[in-house]
Ligand binder design. Structure first.
Ligand SMILES: NC(=O)C1=CN([C@@H]2O[C@H](COP(=O)(O)OP(=O)(O)OC[C@H]3O[C@@H](n4cnc5c(N)ncnc54)[C@H](OP(=O)(O)O)[C@@H]3O)[C@@H](O)[C@H]2O)C=CC1
Ligand SMILES: O=C(O)CCC(=O)C(=O)O
Ligand SMILES: [Mg+2]
Length: 739
């Protein structure tokens, strides 16, 4: 690869399917500017296969593309378009392994309870693939997520539906008031580089090394916090009661994917709290059969089918389900509840979806109902209560008039909570966790009880400096106020506030409005402004970056797929994420059922344009800049002509929108006057696509309506998926005429 190479990632589910249709367009157009587009497989299936080369046949092995891209991201050469990928929960990981085994890959099963060294080794390799294992590796820069003005203006002119909010809504958020990560947090700024050791000193006199060596840098912020399990259980039981008393749906909103150690455990405690009698009577039997609530009810129900007492235990679950509050449902038709799979309800997307739908979730009768949203840790839960209170007082937000809240997010080098999973432990015995430096001096300590969750987080100084600079850059570019969402009553945030105050004066901030407010105050401030149609830049840590870049786009634009998501890499490269949302598993089900893919690739279009632009600046390739400018205009036309995929069969879907983008882009290229040779190269294609529009659209529509086989869920067959995703012979032939 060279400076003129763009890496396009092959991921999972809907975006991966969309890629089969869109990548051929990208490759063909890019080639006219001498830009090579190379694809890299970082899908869940690909990452599993790459983890076990020695067990596989020569022709089955694939290289570890993620590790390579992780290294690339640290170089100025990086120009990577990153589509959303699955961050797998254990049930998803197991399903992917099973699919690959079925396809002839001699992969080991996932060891739930590893006993031998070999099993422990297998488990360690799978645990590297599990959860959010891709994004933190690639994110060697902070994030700049916003709705481009063309997208925002389109949304204002064509507002999506927003559910009405009533003043008597009983929807609320519940969080703990103490003994959680927020209230136990301790934080230090390290004076020098070195390494830290994490030890558990048991009350019985034992010492267990939890982590031998964590490399640290000078100026780094290190925090230690505990979620105390006794308080958590009490809190969860009280919320089950409260939901029942209030007559609202019980739901829990976690991030079991990015917080892959802590949140499945918290999810498990929630399942236990909902079924206290069942776990009191049968908990040991379930555990002995390897059935853990941490993987959700779905896995337990499946396992019960082969247990001798399975029917009796299922009856006990059913009885408690009937007695308890109604549970929020993920899919009421198939009986999938909020407690079935830890990765089905992910807080960043699930809370905004609830807020967009009148504060409702779905009950078992497929009706909307008010809900109690349980978000145990109090660090960020309050921001959602602030939105809900605002909607109750002032009604739903109006996409046709509301302002915007873009985000500058601190995420580089595994910042804060989202980099903490290798320093998070479920504590086996009561004692004290001590964090020691190279000299054996105590850096941080926390008293812990059995079952408590201890967590250490790191935030490096260079990313913090870069984040402050990016905030000032965005404030200067827009003239909008920038608010640092930092809470001086939190230990970690106090250290960050001190650094923000130290680094802000290094920049010219004259005439800019830059504030520091607690998350709840910042939310209220931003909501007040958004209702007046004003924009406010949110400058946040890694978790709020994630939460806010789904929340505001979903309210403003209907979906976070329409976000521009740029990650200026600290060493000069560019990582261009597509949208701010995920891989839309529901969309794959619909495709397989009726050959209709409602995935909107707008995020890909936006990312591609900035990727070309980055390449043009870096290499002086004027044609790459023309590709960027014409793509931007084509994307604008696509929006205005309403050629985005709709949700329903019978109109154009993802494939149709790619055709229209190709048409408008070719037309822009043919009509531009800066490079006549390039214009000539596209003149023929622009003409053919315009002339054949009706034929192509007919060919694309003709396939809709019946089931299709893509040859697998986690690893679709490339031939079958390409055939399904490229059904228009006329379009395919026209494209191939370009090269
Ligand atoms: N950057 C990344 O790699 C990210 C990955 N993920 C991963 O994605 C998976 C699913 O996560 P989940 O929380 O359900 O979030 P998703 O964003 O995948 O899904 C929520 C809903 O958002 C809508 N949506 C999202 N993207 C698009 C799009 N491009 N076009 C149209 N609609 C879209 C769909 O709504 P509708 O049903 O109304 O069509 C979808 O059902 C998980 O494995 C998660 O870990 C999640 C976030 C980011
Ligand atoms: O990496 C993941 O699991 C999800 C990332 C995400 O939700 C985001 O960055 O917005
Ligand atoms: Mg997110």
């Amino acid at each position: 690869m060279t400076d003129s190479t763009i890496i396009y990632t092959q991921t999972d589910e809907a975006p991966a399917l969309a890629t089969y249709s869109f990548l051929p367009v990208v490759e063909a157009y890019a080639s006219t500017a001498g830009v090579a587009v190379e694809s890299r497989d970082i899908s869940l299936a690909g990452r599993i296969i790459a983890s076990f080369p020695e067990r596989l046949a020569e022709d089955q092995r694939i290289e570890d593309a993620l590790a390579q891209l992780g290294e690339l991201a640290k170089t100025p050469q990086a120009n990577v378009i990153k589509l959303p990928n699955i961050s797998a929960s254990i049930p998803q990981l197991k399903a992917a392994i099973a699919e690959l085994q079925e396809k002839g890959y001699a992969l080991p099963d996932y060891p739930d309870d590893p006993q031998t060294d070999e099993e422990r080794e297998v488990r360690a390799r799978y645990d590297k693939v599990k959860g959010s294992a891709v994004n933190p590796v690639l994110r060697e820069g902070n994030s700049d997520r916003r709705a481009p003005s063309s997208v925002k203006n389109y949304a204002k002119a064509n507002p999506h539906r927003m559910g009405e909010w009533r003043a008597d809504s009983r929807t609320n958020v519940a969080h703990m008031d103490g003994d959680d990560f927020r209230s136990t947090e301790k934080s230090v700024v390290l004076a020098k580089e070195g390494s830290l050791k994490i030890e558990l000193h048991g009350d019985d006199g034992s010492t267990t090394v939890l982590r031998e060596s964590v490399p640290v840098q000078a100026g780094e912020v290190v925090d230690a916090a505990v979620m105390r399990v006794a308080a958590l259980r009490e809190f969860l039981s009280a919320q089950v009661e409260r939901a029942k008393k209030d007559g609202v749906l019980f739901s829990v909103h976690l991030k079991a994917t990015m917080m892959k150690v802590s949140d499945p455990i918290i999810f498990g405690h929630t399942v236990r709290a909902f079924f206290p009698k069942t776990f009191a009577s049968y908990g040991d039997k379930l555990a002995a059969a390897g059935l853990t609530p941490n993987d959700g009810l779905g896995g337990i129900y499946k396992g019960l089918e082969s247990l001798p007492e399975g029917d009796k235990i299922k009856a006990s679950f059913d009885a408690e389900l009937a007695q308890g509050p109604d549970l929020a449902m993920v899919d009421s038709h198939r009986g999938i509840s909020n407690l079935h799979v830890p990765s089905d309800v992910i807080v960043d997307a699930s809370m905004p979806a609830m807020i967009r739908t009148s504060g409702h979730m779905w009950n078992k009768d497929d009706q909307e109902q008010d809900a109690l949203a349980v978000i145990p840790d109090s660090s960020y839960a309050g921001i959602y209560q602030a939105v809900i209170d605002d909607c109750r007082a002032n009604g739903a937000f109006d996409p046709s008039t509301m302002g915007s809240v873009p985000n500058v997010g601190l995420m580089a080098q595994k910042a804060e909570e989202y980099g903490s999973h290798d320093k998070t432990f479920e504590i086996p015995a009561t004692g004290t966790v001590r964090v020691l430096d190279d000299e054996g001096e105590l850096v941080l300590e926390q008293a812990v009880g059995e079952g408590d969750i201890f967590r250490m987080c790191q935030t490096k100084d260079v990313p913090i400096q870069d984040w402050v600079k990016l905030a000032v850059t965005r404030a200067r570019a827009t003239g909008d106020p920038a608010v640092f969402w930092l809470d001086e009553t939190r230990a970690h945030d106090r250290n960050l506030i001190a650094k923000v105050r130290e680094y802000l004066p290094l920049h010219n901030t004259e005439g800019l409005q830059i504030e520091i407010m607690s998350p709840v105050e910042a939310m209220k401030f931003s909501l007040e402004r958004i209702r007046r149609g004003e924009n406010t830049i949110s400058v946040t840590g890694n978790v709020l970056r994630d939460y806010l870049t789904d929340l505001f786009p979903i309210m403003e634009l209907g979906t976070s797929a329409k976000m521009l998501s740029v990650v200026p890499l600290i060493n000069g490269g560019g990582l261009f994420e597509t949208g701010a949302g995920g891989s839309a598993p529901k969309h794959v089900q619909q495709l397989v059922k009726e050959n209709y893919l409602r995935w909107d690739s707008l995020g890909e279009f936006l990312a591609l344009a900035v990727s070309f632009e980055h390449l043009a600046h870096k290499t002086g390739n004027a044609r790459a800049q023309i590709l960027a400018d014409t793509l931007d205009r084509a994307t604008g036309t696509l929006l205005n002509e309403n050629k985005s995929p709709s949700r329903k069969l019978g109109s154009i879907d993802n494939r149709g929108s790619h055709f229209y983008l190709a048409l408008y882009w070719a037309r822009e290229l043919a009509e531009q006057t800066e490079d006549t040779q390039l214009a000539q190269a596209f003149a023929g294609l622009a003409k053919t696509l315009a002339e054949q529009e009706q034929t192509i659209v007919e060919e694309l529509l003709a396939v809709q309506g019946s089931p299709v086989d893509i040859g697998g869920y986690y690893q679709p067959s490339p031939e079958k998926a390409a055939a399904v995703m490229r059904p228009s012979k006329t379009f395919n032939e026209a494209l191939s005429s370009l090269s």
